[in-house]
Design a binder for this molecule. Structure first.
Ligand SMILES: NC(=O)c1ccc[n+]([C@@H]2O[C@H](COP(=O)([O-])OP(=O)(O)OC[C@H]3O[C@@H](n4cnc5c(N)ncnc54)[C@H](O)[C@@H]3O)[C@@H](O)[C@H]2O)c1
Length: 339
């Protein structure tokens, strides 16, 4: 691999993939966009041009196999992730795979097993909140021991519908709440054993739709988590992560903007979406991933993290079907993820 600049191929350049490509082109000293693939070839060409004239592909596998591509970013729709991650493993290339790792646990398990069979980590999953300064502050306080043993995680997450269309419960849990599920595991540093969810359908006559969902998780060492995910808050995008410990509590900043007081009114702008709220996190994520890939080390969220988040999500969906808490069933953690 070229030690001076990582030549990166980006698959899927919609909102998220184009942001990764622009960050690579503008903010990552030792990474460059070498190739771009999207089923929308007009969009792919425009992003490639913007990123200094990268090669344009209409076939993701051809991009992955290109010997001039050292590493791959997968930012195409969720159902494409697992197969593309497997293709990257087959040619031994580092990959930043957007969350979720797969859309079902079976596919996620197959990816974990393939990586474990290789005997080394190549996959990072896009749980980018671990690069958000405010989340890192929370993690630092928890690991310092200042608040004592962590007992409880509270996650608050609002989205605003981009198209006004109802979302399914499956999609809200597997695509959105999966971020909060990962945050709970990361901040409590523990594995989940049981989940219970309840939701308010978007369409009162169709329980497969979801407007708002609450997820309760029990952890192996006795900790608990409560996540509130509002799929269409109507006012903007907001994420808060809080941990309550035996001797104190810590909470992330809810909003990136300053609080302003004028004429007896205190106001604060709510970000419109994740690209604004987590702007810094996305930049830091791709910078760290590039440096790690060049150094042959893997420090970010792993395929195991992607698998476990899905194991919890699947148990949560089962809980919605049966109306009671459901045990989280997971494979044994392979040694490459710390056994
Ligand atoms: N980590 C995060 O915070 C975060 C935020 C947003 C989205 N995402 C993830 O990023 C991925 C993309 O989301 P988005 O918001 O950019 O969606 P998007 O709809 O804006 O973009 C998807 C792009 O993929 C292209 N595409 C469709 N089918 C394809 C295929 N088979 N192969 C290659 N390209 C294909 C589309 O033409 C489009 O350009 C999703 O998996 C999503 O879950 C992650």
């Amino acid at each position: 691999m070229n030690e001076r600049a990582l030549r990166i191929g980006v698959i899927g350049v919609g909102g998220m993939g184009a942001r990764h490509a622009r960050n690579l082109a503008g903010a990552v000293a030792r990474g460059r966009v070498a190739a771009v693939m999207d089923v929308d070839t007009v969009r792919a060409s425009a992003v490639a041009e913007e990123c200094g004239g990268a090669r344009v592909y209409d076939d993701a596998l051809a991009l992955i196999r290109d010997p001039q591509v050292d590493a791959v970013v997968i930012a195409s729709p969720d159902p494409t992730h697992a197969a593309l991650a497997q293709a990257c493993l087959a040619v031994g290339k580092p990959v930043l795979c957007e969350k979720p790792l797969a859309t079902n646990l079976q596919d996620a398990r197959a990816v974990v097993e393939a990586e474990a069979a290789l005997g080394r980590r190549l996959i990072q999953v896009g749980f980018m909140r671990v690069y958000d300064p405010s989340h890192q502050d929370v993690k630092a306080v928890v690991t310092s021991g200042r608040i004592g043993r962590p007992l409880f995680f509270r996650g608050y997450h609002t989205n605003t519908s981009q198209d006004g269309l109802p979302r399914t419960l499956d999609d809200v849990v597997v695509n959105s709440a999966v971020h909060d599920i990962h945050s709970a595991r990361w901040l409590l540093d523990d594995e989940a054993t049981e989940v219970f969810i309840q939701h308010i359908p978007w369409n009162p006559n169709d329980p497969t739709t979801c407007r708002l969902v609450t997820v309760q998780i029990r952890f192996a060492r006795g900790g608990l988590a409560f996540i509130e995910m509002n799929a269409d808050a109507g006012y903007g995008y907001e994420v808060t992560a809080a941990v309550v410990g035996e001797q104190g509590a810590v909470e992330s900043q809810a909003l990136a903007s300053p609080a302003v007081r004028i004429g007896g009114v205190r106001s604060q702008t709510v970000d419109p979406d994740w690209l604004v709220r987590f702007n810094t996190a996305y930049t830091r994520e791709i910078q760290a991933w590039t440096e790690d890939a060049l150094a042959g080390r893997y420090t970010g969220p792993s395929a195991w993290d992607g698998y476990m988040a899905l194991a919890i999500a699947e148990a949560a969906l089962e809980s919605a079907r049966v109306g009671r808490p459901v045990a989280v069933k997971a494979m044994e953690r392979p040694e490459i993820y710390g056994g």
